[in-house]
Structure formats: structure tokens, C-alpha cells
Design a binder for this molecule. Structure first.
Ligand code: SF4
Length: 217
């Protein structure tokens, strides 16, 4: 596994925590509208990168400065689950703080495995569209414009299952969030919020939900 050559200190990504943000360079299945990472991290991989060993060495030396380590992408869960587990096991051994994983939700099975193995304390998942009311054929254009993919029923089921997984995980360190894409009407965001609140109520969960403003670069 390779990582972006700068490990980033952030105070915003996890409220009340000093977090070390690590971008994986393994790619992403999606190509979302306005993705800030696409050119630099996904389409054109930097020549200089850090390895797992670099990360372990950094955490051994400077890990005490952070409350949490956040693995982002691209899509962090795109790698083989064995490699991800091996990495997170090592991080657990070296680092005393929390482990946070961000994901678009495509890899629901891998997410469940990480939770079952106790390797993740918080999951930040994007709900980019109201998947529950969209049809993979009739609404193809919406998926294409927002997520850059051609959907199918299985993909939609995976995305919705991942949302449920996070809601059931129900840690204060979890987040379900949506970017307020300027190409979507308000009703899309109302639908997403309603859905998340219904699922939270169903699972008696307090997972925070955030509607984040779209950031123009
Ligand atoms: S899932 Fe995230 S990293 Fe991947 S294209 Fe979309 S915004 Fe970019």
C-alpha cells in the first residue's frame, strides 16, 4: 500500500480531536463531481509516496501528538481486505489513539469485517445521493453526474447496507455526511436527511449526520 507523501495534521475532520490524516494512493471506483483529490491523488499518482513502514515509523516517533489517525483516499477500502487488516493491526499495536476510516460505502463487506475485528473506532461515510429512491436505469444520469459511475442494483444495495452498518455501529466518532452538490436540487438533501434519520430511529442510533457545503477550489 502507498500513501500520499504528506501525512496531514487536521483539527476539523474529527471534532475535538487532533487527527493525522492519511491519504491512500490506491485509487477510487468513483469520479465524483468536484472531487478535490482526483487530479493529485487518483488520476495522477505522485512519484513520491510513503509506505506502510514510513507510517509505522512516523507513528512510533510522533503518534503521541495525535488523538486519532484517519485513513482516507481515494477510497481507502479499495485494497485487499487482508492488506487493510494487516495495516490496521500494526497501527493498533503502535498507536494508542482512535482509528477512523472514511469511505464512499461501496465496500460494505470489508467495512463489516473491520468492525468485527475491532480495527476501527469511527467510520465517516458519504451518502452522496438518496440511493433509496433512485433507480439504477432511470436515474443513470444522476449517478453519472454526481458520482461518475454507471450504477446497478447491487451497487445501490451495497451503498445502503454500508449506511446501515455505520448507523448500527453507533459510535460518537462515526459520521454520515453529504456534500451539498450545487448541481442537485434541495429535495435530494431533504430525502437523504429523512432517510438517515429514519434509519437512526430504527436502529436507535445517535450517529451524527452532517450536510457539508460544497467547497469550490
Ligand atoms: S469517493 Fe471521494 S475520493 Fe472518490 S471520487 Fe468521490 S469524492 Fe473523490
Amino acid at each position: 500500500m502507498k500513501f500520499y507523501n504528506r501525512f496531514i495534521r487536521t483539527f476539523q475532520d474529527l471534532p475535538d480531536h487532533t487527527t493525522l490524516l492519511i491519504h491512500s494512493l490506491s485509487g477510487c471506483l468513483l469520479h465524483c463531481y468536484g472531487c478535490h483529490n482526483y487530479d493529485e491523488i487518483i488520476a495522477n499518482k505522485p512519484k513520491n509516496y510513503k509506505t506502510k513502514e514510513d507510517l509505522y515509523a512516523y507513528l512510533e516517533k510522533s503518534g503521541f501528538l495525535f488523538d486519532a489517525v484517519m485513513f482516507s483516499g481515494g477510497e481507502f477500502l479499495i485494497d485487499k481486505i487482508e492488506d487493510i487488516i494487516d495495516l490496521l493491526h500494526q497501527v493498533r499495536t503502535i498507536f494508542n489513539g482512535k482509528i477512523i476510516v472514511t469511505t464512499c460505502g461501496v465496500y460494505n463487506t470489508k467495512l463489516k469485517r473491520l468492525i468485527a475485528e475491532g480495527l476501527v473506532d469511527g467510520i465517516h461515510i458519504d451518502m452522496k445521493l438518496p440511493y433509496h429512491v433512485l433507480d439504477p436505469k432511470e436515474d443513470q444520469n444522476i449517478f453519472h453526474d454526481v458520482m461518475g459511475i454507471k450504477p446497478n442494483q447491487q451497487l445501490i444495495e451495497n451503498l445502503l447496507d454500508s449506511i446501515d452498518v455505520v448507523i448500527q455501529h453507533n459510535s460518537p466518532l462515526d459520521q454520515v455526511r453529504t456534500v451539498k452538490y450545487p448541481i442537485l436540487a434541495e429535495i435530494f438533501f431533504d430525502e437523504i436527511r429523512d432517510y438517515v434519520e429514519r434509519r437512526k430511529s430504527y436502529f436507535q442510533s445517535d450517529v451524527p449526520y452532517y450536510l457539508n457545503q460544497f467547497q469550490y477550489v
